[in-house]
Design a protein. Structure first.
Length: 47
């Protein structure tokens, strides 16, 4: 399968996460949530 990136953008509370989750399930691809990454980065100790 070729490398594909699907990015979602829109106003708050418009269903972006629900659509992204449904797409990921339907296409059987991983879902990477920017907020999950941001939370982990902010939890890292200062270097």
């Amino acid at each position: 399968m070729p490398l594909t990136l699907i990015a979602m953008k829109g106003h708050p509370a418009t269903g972006k996460s629900a659509v992204a989750e449904a797409l990921a399930r339907r296409l059987r691809i991983p879902l990477i949530d920017k907020d999950d990454i941001k939370d982990h980065v902010l939890d890292l100790p200062n270097a």
